[in-house]
Structures are given as structure tokens and as C-alpha cells.
Design a protein around this ligand. Structure first.
Ligand code: BGC
Length: 783
């Protein structure tokens, strides 16, 4: 494999490049999605003029790729289709040599030589794997998050990939839903900031560069709100909730110039997103100004048959007419509704027009121009870059840091943590040696077997000074069938053939020899992710039992908790002295965890999703409405005929924004520079934060507002700003926020984005329960 420059492009396409005014080298600057004219339009139109209907439909076809045989036997179905111009792109092809070979077939053997686009689920890293997105979001560090996307882009693009199905920005308030692990939690403001950071990181203002990827924001829209938390289930919500609470992160990605959008599986207002013209055209393109291309989710078009939207011709036309450009995974023998198979018939039946097809083809071709593929179809296949820039020590060191920064300290009684680098530590639990689970869910390109387990990480870091002992303690779950479902995709945790009692006895014997127990328990990687919804969101019972037995030894226990979702942890919170929620930290997991356990990194992660007390409280989120019957007491005591439960208090176990540090932070001198502003004004909010504990640390200072009276009901609190600041022990820093009228706006009953005059409360503090509050008035005058 080597890099090529312009040599193998078909003469027809070269002619198009030469004849049209804009250079094929034209850099695609940021704002691919803005309303600016398409600089490639002329070239794209010329190519479309040369295409047969079959070739046009080929550009809209993104088949699921099984193994493709190239090299000596270029004979698979897929290869033949590429030669015939019936494929526009491929995804999740792992091997860069293969990508190179396949591209060569498209460029040299198909009639028009149009290059393929190569997509992949590069979700939280490529080979170097960062924490699962929910974990990463807990870092609240936008620069760091952007850099993870940039590293992922640089590694993936060196290995043939030019398009990533990320970021996933679905707001979710339902931890039963397994894909809560892939998103950024429950808050639209934070979710929007992260969406922007990810798009910036992947696209870096220059899609033609060979080290950037085109980003695809997903799953548009509202996929994170399925009824009962069951994946792929119906979504039904009011427009006002959509606009204010669920749509902002997608819009933020569009504003940041994201090149593509993936339609979600769910329905919206009774019409599946895949065929929803209001969503994909009226809102996305006409209101938001997006002009990239839209891809379906995996067999999303075909699934509209099961949704009850009609036969193959009806659903393919519905999708095309709605503004869906590319059909993912429709082209399989068992999928009987696909653009490639049915749009010709739909055209004959008069359900669609040739112009509809041309519009979609133009968008796909434009993306290929934006990526520079017409200039050099092999620009993303670079053996040298692949060797030198993938999974480098530098990238891995960064992943180690990110893993530590995403960790959330949930409890630390009597300063049990950090541990001393001496004595005997018993590492007990089924996840202690499960290195292959550390990258977490949706890590398709990760080398799972190379990821560093807790056990290996501790050996490498403190192994010389600390006497480390190990016992498995239990299997993952009592239920073998559930365990199998939760250890798929090569992320096996081999079931120990011994009885539960034998495993426990061994663990207790090891525990007795130790000074402190590190219990490595929780979910395995595939307990969360796609099609991994749960109704019981506790730690699997066998591990809960193990933990309680370990506590009975009287030794101090640190719970190192693995999870892809908020869990119910009431029992653990009551009984375990220290709980470190590490999510799935990525390829360097064991090192990241050791750094935090032994105090080389002071944890600063803050939850981005509420941890409920029990599953019956779900959906539970901080930015809820007050209702007409709010509770009258802060202690959470039951009150008849008020909004509460008979059997559990309303508050979560751990609220949004919560996370401890090894040090403590005190807030003082909270100040607003004005008591009122006009419609063009801005208010400066400042607060002094003092590190009053014994360690240097980082604090995520959070700012919330409450719009006290509105033309529609407003949330009790809304995040509107945050700053992550490093503060040395004993030091005080003044943290300042500027709150503009833009920050006070919301979508009203008519869906106009407005700020309404009246009193606003401003809160600052360490998490969403803060009561540090001041008020100001927004007045109806200009200044
Ligand atoms: C998922 C998407 C993913 C796609 C391609 C689908 O099942 O919902 O998030 O990008 O597969 O792998």
C-alpha cells in the first residue's frame, strides 16, 4: 500500500475537474452545513449528467460489509457491485490494505471511477480508545474532549477511514436504555458543548486534510427517549420539549459544520425519523441550514415496513422524499426494501421524480469532493502514517490521562482514598483481569486484547511497592444466559467452573491477608450499548453478594465500579466506604484507575446523568419542572397530595453535576455585577472558590439559572455555564461567567426562541443541588 496522487482517476472525472471553475483542491472550510452555495455544484452536476440511473442509485447505496475478498480473488458480490458502480461507500471495514484495494477497484474498474467513501463507528477512539462517551462527558473538559476526537480522526484517517458515525448526542434521562453509555448524559447545554467539541475535533476546519474525518451526528432525532427505556421503542414527546430539551445538541453539531447526519430508528410524531420530511427537511435543512448529506441508520429504511409505513416502494420513496440520501445496510439479500432495489420501481410508479434522486446523489458526491476524494482517492490510505500515528505511546499516554479525568468519586468516607503505595492490596472481582472489557461498548476498531486490565495496570504502576493479591470472587452474574448476552463481540469473561461458594471462599481467604480490598465489580462492557436495555439497573446480584461478604471481613473496601449507565447503588452507598465510578476508561484503563486510586491524579469528574435510588424513579433528571404540587420540605419527607412517592423520596442518590475530590472546595463572594439588564445586556457572575483541603485539585464550577415566571412552565434549574479550574491547596480563584440574554432564551408555545422579561435566579456551585442563589431582573428595554 502506498499513497497515490491523482494518477488513477478516470479521465471522465478528471475532465470534469478541469472543465469546472473550482479547483478540485478547493479546501472545504468549516461550515459545510451553512447556507453558502455549494462550490462543487457545477462539477457534481456534470458528473450526474454522465450517470445512468443504476449508477446514481449506486451512490446512495452503503451496504453492510461482510468479508470482502480482494487481491488474488476479486470475486465477491460486493466487488462485482463496486465494478458496476452500484456502491457509494462501505463501512466498518477494518483493514487499511483492504480499503486501499477496494478503492482501487472503484476508481479503476467502475465506468466513472467515482471513489468510495469509507465510514466507521469511530465512537470513542480508533485503536487508542478513550472512555465511553458517557464517561468522557464527566470530564467536563471541552479541550480534552476535542482532542480525543482529533486523535481518533488522525488514527482512523491514517487507516483508510474518512467518515465517522459520531458524535452520538442523544439526550437521555433513562438509564434503562443501554445506549445512554454512548451519549453525553441528560443535559442539553452540556450536550451541545460536547457536540461542538467533537465535531471540531474530527473535522478540524478542513475536511480535505488527510488527518481529519467527516463527522456524522446521530441519531437524529430523540433516539434517547424510547418508551420504557427499551431500545428502538416508540418516542412520543411534545414539540416544546423537543425544542428545549432534546434537539439542541444536534443543532449545535449542525452549527459547528457537521458534514453528515444519521436518521434515528424511532418514530417522531408517528412518522419514523427515516421518512420524516418535517424532521429531515423542514427542520434540519430549511430551519437549521444544514446542507450536508443524511444517511439512514442500519436498515432504517427497510424497518419502515415493520413500522407499518407501506411496501418496499412506499418506504423507499417516503425516505427519499423526506430528504434521506444514503441507505445504510439496505443492500442485503434478506432486506427487501432498499434504494438500490426499489427506487427504480418507485420512479416508474411515479412515487418519486428523477430530480429527487439527483438531489440525493449530488449531496453524496459533494461530500466526496469535500473530503478531497476526487483529487486523491487514496489520501486516507497511508502505510507510513498508519504505522507511525496509530496507537502511539503519546496517544496512549493521553488516553491514560483522559481515563483518570473521567472518573467520578462517588463516596470517600474518612479519606480512605487515595491509597498508600505500600502494604497489601487484595484486588477482587470478575472485572479485575477483564482487560478486553476496558474499552467499553462501541469500540469496533479497538484491539480489545491489548487493553490494560486493572490487575496489569496496578502491577505496572505500584507492583514493586505494594503486595498485590488477586481473587476472582464471583462470575459476572448468577444467570448464565444473561452473562452470555453481556459478554458478546469478543469481550468474553470466561465463566469460572467453580461453584459460587468456592469462588467466594477463595476471595475471603485472600481478603483476610490484605490491608485494603479493591473490589472491581459492576457491569461488563456489553451490559450497556445497543440493544442492551435493562429493567434492573443494579450491580448484578452475585457481585452485590460478593461485595457484602467482603465488607463483613472488616477490611476497608474500595469499590472500583464499572458501568455504562447510572446504576442504583443505595445499598452500596450505605455500606461501602469508598466508591470510584470509572465507567469503562478505554485502552489504558488499568493505568488510569491506578493513577486515581493511588493519588497521582486527583479525581475531578462530575456526573452528567442522575443516579436514581431505584428504577421506579426513572426518568429522573435535575432540570425538571416544579409542578403545581411541589414538596414543601427539603428533607424529602412524604407529603400527602404532593408530587412524591409513598416508598422512596424524590431526590436521586447522586445528582447531576455531582462528584467528589480528594480535596474540598469552598464557595464565597458570590456576586452579580448588576441587579437588572435590558434585552441587549449581559450580566457578569463571579464567585471565589477556595481549595480548603489537602491536595491540589480541579473543580467544575457550575452555573444554573431559573426563569421564575414564564409564558410556559420553566425548569427548576438549567445549566448555563461551567468552568473546570485547577486550584492548588490553600489557593482561592475567582471564577467569572458572562450571562447574556441569549442564555436566557427558550422556545415558547409558538416555538419562537425568546427571552421573557422578569426575575431570573442564578445559582453557582459544585453540583445541581446548589442553593447558592442570587436574583436579577430582565427588563423589556434595550440596554
Ligand atoms: C447503530 C448506529 C451505527 C450503525 C453502523 C447501528 O445499529 O444504531 O449507531 O452507527 O449501526 O454500525
Amino acid at each position: 500500500m502506498r499513497t497515490f496522487k491523482n494518477t488513477n482517476i478516470k479521465p471522465l472525472i478528471v475532465a470534469v475537474c478541469l472543465l469546472t471553475a473550482v479547483s478540485c483542491n478547493n479546501k472545504n472550510k468549516k461550515n459545510t452545513s451553512s447556507k453558502t452555495d455549494n462550490p462543487y455544484q457545477e462539477k457534481v452536476d456534470s458528473i450526474i449528467g454522465l450517470m445512468t440511473l443504476e449508477e446514481k442509485l449506486g451512490q446512495l447505496n452503503l451496504p453492510a460489509t461482510g468479508p470482502i475478498t480482494t487481491g488474488s480473488s476479486k470475486s465477491t458480490d460486493v466487488v462485482k457491485k463496486i465494478e458496476d458502480g452500484k456502491i457509494g461507500g462501505l463501512f466498518n471495514l477494518g483493514d487499511p490494505k483492504n480499503i486501499y484495494e477496494v478503492q482501487k477497484i472503484a476508481v479503476e474498474k467502475s465506468r466513472l471511477g467515482i471513489p468510495l467513501i469509507f465510514g466507521m463507528d469511530v465512537i470513542h477512539g480508533f485503536k487508542t480508545t478513550f472512555p465511553i462517551p458517557l464517561g468522557l462527558s464527566c470530564s467536563w473538559d471541552m479541550e480534552m474532549i476535542e482532542k480525543t476526537a482529533q486523535i481518533a480522526a488522525s488514527e482512523a484517517s491514517a487507516n483508510g477511514i474518512n467518515w465517522t458515525f459520531s458524535p452520538m448526542v442523544d439526550i437521555s434521562r433513562d438509564p434503562r436504555w443501554g445506549r445512554v453509555s454512548e451519549g453525553n448524559g441528560e443535559d442539553p447545554y452540556l450536550g451541545s458543548e460536547i457536540a461542538r467539541a467533537m465535531v471540531r475535533g474530527y473535522q478540524k476546519d478542513d475536511l480535505t486534510a488527510n488527518n481529519t474525518l467527516m463527522s456524522c451526528v446521530k441519531h437524529f432525532a430523540l433516539y434517547g427517549a424510547p418508551e420504557a427505556g427499551r431500545d428502538y421503542n416508540t418516542v412520543d414527546m411534545s414539540r416544546i420539549r423537543m425544542y428545549n430539551e432534546y434537539l439542541p445538541p444536534y443543532k449545535a453539531a449542525v452549527d459547528e459544520g457537521v458534514g453528515s447526519v444519521m436518521a434515528s430508528f424511532n418514530e417522531i410524531d408517528g412518522i419514523p425519523a427515516t421518512g420524516n420530511k418535517w424532521l429531515l427537511t423542514d427542520l434540519l435543512r430549511d430551519d437549521w441550514g444544514f446542507n450536508g448529506f443524511v444517511v439512514s441508520d442500519y436498515t432504517g429504511i427497510y424497518e419502515m415496513k415493520a413500522h407499518g409505513m407501506g411496501d418496499a416502494y412506499a418506504v423507499t420513496s417516503l425516505a427519499l422524499k423526506a430528504g434521506l440520501d444514503m441507505d445504510m445496510a439496505g443492500d442485503s439479500p434478506n432486506i427487501d426494501a432498499a434504494y438500490i432495489k426499489h427506487l427504480e420501481g418507485a420512479l416508474e410508479q411515479g412515487k418519486i421524480a428523477m430530480a429527487d434522486i439527483d438531489t440525493a446523489v449530488a449531496r453524496v458526491l459533494t461530500a466526496k469532493y469535500q473530503l478531497g476524494l476526487f483529487d486523491d482517492p487514496y489520501r486516507y490510505c497511508n502505510e507510513e502514517r498508519s504505522k507511525n500515528e496509530t496507537y502511539t505511546q503519546k496517544n496512549r499516554d493521553f488516553a491514560r490521562l483522559v481515563g483518570a479525568e473521567s472518573t467520578v468519586l462517588l463516596k470517600n468516607e474518612n479519606q480512605l482514598l487515595p491509597l498508600k503505595k505500600s502494604g497489601t492490596v487484595a484486588v477482587i472481582g470478575p472485572l479485575a483481569k477483564a482487560g478486553n472489557n476496558m474499552p467499553g461498548t462501541w469500540s469496533v476498531s479497538s484491539d480489545h486484547d491489548k487493553a490494560i486490565s486493572v490487575w496489569d495496570g496496578l502491577q505496572q504502576t505500584v507492583g514493586e511497592n505494594v503486595n498485590l493479591l488477586y481473587a476472582k470472587g464471583s462470575n459476572l452474574d448468577y444467570d448464565l444466559e444473561l452473562e452470555k448476552r453481556a459478554t458478546m463481540f469478543g469481550k468474553t469473561i470466561p465463566r469460572d467452573g467453580r461453584t459460587d461458594k468456592q469462588l467466594l471462599d477463595e476471595a475471603l481467604a485472600i481478603a483476610k491477608k490484605s490491608d485494603v480490598i479493591v473490589a472491581t465489580i459492576g457491569e461488563s462492557a456489553e451490559f450497556s450499548g445497543e440493544s442492551s436495555s435493562r429493567t434492573d439497573i443494579g450491580i448484578p446480584q452475585v457481585q452485590k453478594d460478593l461485595l457484602q461478604a467482603l465488607l463483613k471481613t472488616g477490611k476497608p473496601v474500595v469499590l472500583v465500579l464499572f458501568t455504562g449507565r447510572p446504576l442504583t447503588l443505595v445499598e452500596e452507598n450505605e455500606t461501602v466506604p469508598a466508591i470510584l465510578n470509572v465507567w469503562f476508561p478505554g485502552s489504558e484503563a488499568g493505568l488510569s484507575i491506578s493513577d486515581v486510586l493511588f493519588g497521582d491524579v486527583n479525581p475531578s469528574g462530575k456526573l452528567t446523568a442522575t443516579f436514581p435510588r431505584n428504577v421506579g424513579q426513572v426518568p429522573l433528571f435535575y432540570n425538571h419542572k416544579n409542578t403545581g404540587r411541589p414538596l414543601g420540605n427539603k428533607e424529602g419527607k412524604f407529603e400527602k397530595f404532593k408530587t412524591n412517592y409513598l416508598d422512596v423520596r424524590n431526590e436521586p442518590l447522586y445528582p447531576f453535576g455531582y462528584g467528589l475530590s480528594y480535596t474540598t472546595f469552598d464557595y464565597s463572594n458570590f456576586n452579580l455585577d448588576k441587579t437588572s439588564i435590558g434585552m441587549g445586556g449581559e450580566i457578569s457572575v463571579s464567585v471565589d472558590v477556595t481549595n480548603s483541603g489537602n491536595y491540589d485539585g480541579k473543580e467544575v464550577v457550575q452555573l444554573y439559572i431559573r426563569d421564575v415566571v414564564g409564558s410556559v412552565t420553566r425548569p427548576v434549574k438549567e445549566l448555563k455555564g461551567f468552568k473546570k479550574v485547577s486550584i492548588k491547596k490553600g489557593e482561592t480563584k475567582t471564577v467569572t461567567f458572562n450571562l447574556s440574554v441569549e442564555d436566557l432564551k427558550f422556545y415558547n408555545y409558538d416555538l419562537d426562541f425568546v427571552a421573557e422579561p422578569g426575575i431570573f435566579q442564578v445559582f453557582v456551585g459544585t453540583d445541581s443541588t446548589t442553593e447558592l442563589m442570587k436574583e436579577f431582573e430582565l427588563k423589556n428595554n434595550k440596554e
